[in-house]
Design a protein around this ligand. Structure first.
Ligand code: NG1
Length: 503
C-alpha cells in the first residue's frame, strides 16, 4: 500500500472548488491577520479538516457496518506558530466572544487534564492534542503552540464539527512537533481521542473528515479491516445535488449521551452479544453485529455470489431473520433481563456495558435497534451499488434519482421508528423537503436535531431552497437574517479531506 499522508499545499484551489476560492482567500487572510494581532507573530501553517454529511448509513459505524459520507466544504482551520522555549498551548477562536481564549500547559503525568463533565469548547482541542502526543511518545518536551481556530461547520448540526475540530487539533499538534503520520493513523487517534470528551464515538466522521476526496463520497468499511473506497455519484442529467438544511434544533451529543447516543451504542452491543450467545458464537467474543455476522458465516454453506453486493444482501437478510427469531422481547429488556439473556451476572454486565460511559434507561430496545442496523446496512450497500453501476448511464436519470431517493426516505423512516433518533423538527423538515421536490430526504449524523440531507436534481436546487426557506425557516424563525439563512440551508458538493496550508 502506498503511504498516504495529509497533503501540504500553498494553493487554495487544491482544497476548494474554483467558485469558492475567492471567499476562502479572504477567510484565510482574515485568519492570518487576526493571528498576528493576537500573538504578534506570523502563523507557520494552517491545519484544515472538513465537516461531513452522511449520505446514508446512520448509527451503524459502531456496529461495524459500512457508511457512506462525503466531506463538505465547511471546515475547521487552525493556524499555528510554535516555540521550543516553553510547552504552553494557547487556543483562541476568531469568534472570541462565543469561544473565549484559553491556555494550558503540557503535563508530564497526563499530557493535559480534560474535564468531560464541563462543557468547554477547548476540550475538543485538548482531546486531539492529548491523543496525538500519546501516540507520538516524544523523547523531548512537546513544542509550545499558539493556535487560532476558525470553524465554519455549524456546531451541534450533525455535520461533525466536533470530529473536524479534533482531527484538526491532532494534525496541528503533529505538525507543530515535526512529525508526520499517515492519514489512517491520524483518524484512529482522532476516534480514540473524541472519547475523552465522554462520547463513545463511532469512526465515520473522523474518517470522512481526513480521508475524503473531492468529487466522491466515501464507502467506509471498518471490519474486518479499515478500508475507504471513493465512490463517485452517477452522472445523471441534470446532475445530482445534495442540499443540507439545519433544523436549528441543537443536539448536544455530550449532554444527551446517556439517554441518546451512548444508550444506542449499549443497545447495539448488547444485542450483538445476545445474538452471538443464541448462535453459539460467544467463544469467539464478537463485539459488534458485524463481527457476529462475519463469524456466523464462516461456519455456513453459502451460494456462489457474483458480486460483493449480492453477498452483502444475502448475509444481511439472513441476519434480519436471526434477529426476528432470537431477539424476542419486542417491548424491550430491563437491565437484569439483558444480563440474564447474555449469560452474565448483574455486576459483570454492569462493568462490561454500563460503566465506561454514562447510560440511563428503564427499558433497552434491542430488537428495533437491530432491525435498524441490518436494514440500514442493506440500504448503504444498495446505494453504493446504484452509484457504481450507473456511473456513466445518463439515460435513466429519473430512475436513478428515484431509487437513491427512496433509500434515503426509508432510512429516515427507520431512524424515526426503529432507532428513535429523529425528532419532530427533523420529521417536518424532511417532509417539507420531499414536497419541495427532493427525491429523498433524511436526517444526517446522530440526529435528535441537527441537519437533514436532501437529494435534489441540480436544476431544481434554487427553487427547492426557496420553498424550504419559506415553509420551514421563515415560519419557525420569522426574524432570521439572510446571512443566517445561507448558513442553515445550502447545496454541497463532495469536498476534499484534510490538508495543511503553508505560506
Ligand atoms: P455526529 O453526532 O453527527 O457527529 C455521530 C457519530 C458518528 C455516527 C453518527 C450516527 C461521533 C463523533 N460521531 O455523528 O460516528 O455514529 O453519530 O450515524 O460520535
Amino acid at each position: 500500500m502506498p503511504q498516504d499522508f495529509v497533503p501540504v499545499t500553498q494553493s487554495l484551489s487544491d482544497i476548494y472548488a474554483e467558485a469558492k476560492c475567492d471567499a476562502q482567500k479572504k477567510r484565510y487572510q482574515n485568519l492570518v491577520e487576526s493571528f498576528k494581532s493576537i500573538y504578534g507573530v506570523e502563523p507557520e501553517f494552517i491545519a484544515r479538516s472538513p465537516g461531513r454529511v452522511n449520505i446514508i448509513g446512520e448509527h451503524i459505524d459502531y456496529a461495524g457496518f459500512p457508511v457512506f459520507p462525503m466531506a463538505v466544504d465547511r471546515d475547521c482551520l487552525i493556524a499555528v506558530s510554535t516555540t521550543s522555549s516553553d510547552t504552553k498551548v494557547h487556543v483562541a477562536n476568531v469568534d472570541g466572544k462565543k469561544y473565549p481564549a484559553r491556555e494550558f500547559d503540557y503535563d508530564t503525568e497526563c499530557i493535559v487534564h480534560i474535564d468531560a463533565s464541563i462543557h468547554e469548547w477547548t476540550n475538543y482541542f485538548k482531546s486531539g492534542y492529548k491523543g496525538m502526543l500519546e501516540k507520538l511518545q516524544l523523547k523531548e518536551s512537546p513544542a509550545g503552540m499558539n493556535c487560532l481556530m476558525d470553524g465554519s461547520v455549524p456546531s451541534g448540526g450533525g455535520m461533525s464539527s466536533s470530529a473536524a475540530f479534533v482531527c484538526t487539533a491532532a494534525m496541528a499538534t503533529m505538525k507543530a512537533n515535526k512529525r508526520n503520520l499517515e492519514k489512517s493513523e491520524i483518524v484512529q487517534i482522532a476516534i480514540e481521542s473524541e472519547r475523552y470528551v465522554g462520547v463513545n464515538s463511532g469512526g465515520m466522521d473522523q474518517t470522512a473528515s481526513v480521508m475524503s476526496r473531492a468529487d466522491s463520497a466515501t464507502f467506509i468499511e471498518f471490519e474486518p479491516e479499515f478500508r475507504t473506497i471513493p465512490v463517485e455519484f452517477p452522472s445523471t442529467e441534470p446532475a445530482i445535488s445534495f442540499v443540507v438544511s439545519n433544523t436549528l434544533v441543537t443536539a448536544d451529543k455530550v449532554v444527551s449521551a446517556p439517554v441518546c447516543y451512548n444508550l444506542r451504542v449499549v443497545e447495539t452491543s448488547v444485542g450483538a452479544m445476545l445474538l452471538a450467545k443464541e448462535l453459539g458464537l460467544l467463544d469467539s467474543n464478537p463485539k459488534t453485529y458485524k463481527e457476529v455476522m462475519d463469524i456466523y458465516f464462516t461456519k455456513q454453506d453459502e451460494p456462489k455470489f457474483t458480486s460483493e453486493t449480492e453477498q452483502w444482501s444475502y448475509r444481511l437478510e439472513k441476519m434480519l431473520q436471526l434477529v426476528e427469531k432470537y431477539i424476542v422481547k419486542r417491548e424491550g429488556y430491563t437491565e437484569s433481563e439483558m444480563s440474564h439473556a447474555v449469560g452474565l451476572s448483574d455486576s459483570e454486565f454492569k462493568s462490561k456495558f454500563m460503566s465506561k460511559f454514562p447510560v440511563r434507561a428503564e427499558l433497552f430496545q434491542l430488537y428495533t435497534r437491530a432491525v435498524h442496523v441490518f436494514t440500514e446496512s442493506l440500504r448503504v450497500v444498495r446505494f453504493r451499488d446504484i452509484c457504481e453501476s450507473r456511473k456513466s448511464s445518463v439515460s435513466d436519470s429519473k430512475d436513478t434519482f428515484t431509487r437513491l431517493g427512496q433509500l434515503m426516505n426509508e432510512s429516515q423512516e427507520s431512524c424515526r421508528d426503529n432507532f428513535n433518533c429523529s425528532c419532530p423538527e427533523l420529521d417536518e423538515l424532511t417532509a417539507i423537503s420531499r414536497k419541495a421536490g427532493a427525491y429523498g430526504s433524511r436526517l444526517t449524523g446522530a440526529g435528535w436535531g441537527g441537519c437533514t440531507v436532501s437529494l435534489v436534481s441540480e436544476d431544481q436546487v434554487e427553487t427547492f431552497i426557496k420553498t424550504v426557506r419559506k415553509e420551514y425557516f421563515q415560519k419557525r424563525f420569522p426574524n432570521i437574517t439572510e446571512d443566517e439563512m445561507s448558513d442553515v440551508i445550502f447545496a454541497s458538493r463532495p469536498s476534499s479531506g484534510a490538508y495543511f496550508y503553508t505560506f
